[in-house]
Design a protein around this ligand. Structure first.
Ligand SMILES: NC(=O)c1ccc[n+]([C@@H]2O[C@H](COP(=O)([O-])OP(=O)(O)OC[C@H]3O[C@@H](n4cnc5c(N)ncnc54)[C@H](O)[C@@H]3O)[C@@H](O)[C@H]2O)c1
Length: 276
């Protein structure tokens, strides 16, 4: 690929995921891709990251619109509250978009898909912090009876979640495994948008938000985010268990989610695609 053909990638959200991806693009993907712009609601975060990845060019964008104008692919690594709007704006301008805050688009994929089609653009949603999405996509071509996600996290991970506060659950007082939530992925995503991107990815890849079942367990013994998936299907039964270490820059984010986003970026640029 010639230098002028390098894919221009802009990143919205300069936190744990956005920063890791920016460095990855600059250090590892430079022959195929170019970091075109950075944007965050917090201007100091843009500045800090822009400085650390490029001494020559100022990558700081003054607004989301400016970032989109500068980019062919927009990576959303911001928040579940904003991911739908960021995706809509990027797609409307004919830009491809990669969404990390999947909880924020779980109910809008049809709308985004139509918008993408109309503007000849693409939406990418990485697997994130779970394994099993590859097999789920394949099994879906047969018949799937059930998909169940059981997520265990340290009680601390649920700090500040409205659903937990409203039920007056004292996280610090939890001494043994406690089920905080059991229900459909739709409800899980509604009540735990920051904690449960994996439920959103799973339901989008599989049998939808209403039939995908989710249990969220506060587990005081663990420092990891553990996701167990059970799939019953016409092609057989599948179980996976991912025990994630947390990202050093954001203890709410699994390290694997960051690597998954990097792998998804690399896959877009590669001529060979491995896995479903
Ligand atoms: N798909 C997955 O498996 C997965 C896993 C972990 C995290 N996530 C999600 O990815 C997102 C980023 O995670 P992170 O660990 O980097 O978070 P982070 O808190 O470290 O960084 C997020 C950054 O985005 C900025 N931001 C928030 N809203 C914004 C907006 N509207 N416009 C521009 N900037 C905005 C914040 O100021 C912050 O700097 C979160 O929504 C998180 O829930 C997804």
């Amino acid at each position: 690929m010639g230098k002028s053909k390098r894919l221009k990638i802009g990143i919205v959200g300069c936190g744990a995921i956005g920063s890791s991806m920016a460095k990855f693009i600059v250090k590892k993907l430079f022959s195929q891709a170019q970091l075109s712009a950075l944007y965050d609601l917090d201007a100091s975060k843009i500045k800090k990251l822009a400085k650390s990845v490029s001494k020559k060019r100022d990558l700081a964008a003054g607004s989301l619109g400016d970032l989109i104008a500068e980019s062919q692919l927009v990576v959303e690594a911001a928040s579940a509250l904003s991911s739908r709007e960021i995706a809509r704006r990027a797609l409307s301008m004919g830009r491809d978009v990669m969404i990390m805050s999947t909880g924020g688009v779980a109910g809008s994929l049809k709308e985004l898909s139509l918008l993408a089609k109309k503007n000849n653009a693409r939406v990418y949603i990485p697997s994130g912090a779970i394994c099993g999405v590859d097999a789920l996509k394949a099994a879906k071509l047969g018949r799937i009876k059930s998909v169940t996600l059981t997520t265990r996290k340290n009680p601390r991970s649920f700090k500040g979640v409205k659903y937990v506060e409203e039920r007056r659950i004292k996280l610090a007082g939890i001494k043994k495994e406690t089920v905080l939530f059991s229900g459909s992925a739709r409800e899980a995503v509604r009540h735990f948008p920051q904690n449960i991107n994996v439920a959103a990815v799973l339901s989008l890849a599989g049998i939808g938000q209403d039939r995908t079942l989710v249990r969220l367990i506060a587990s005081p013994g663990t420092k990891r985010n553990i996701h167990e998936i059970k799939i019953e299907s016409a092609s057989g039964d599948i179980s996976t268990r991912t025990q994630n270490l947390l990202h050093p820059d954001n203890p709410k984010t699994s390290f694997l989610a960051v690597l998954s986003a990097m792998a998804a970026l690399r896959q877009i640029l590669e001529p060979v695609r491995i896995g479903t």
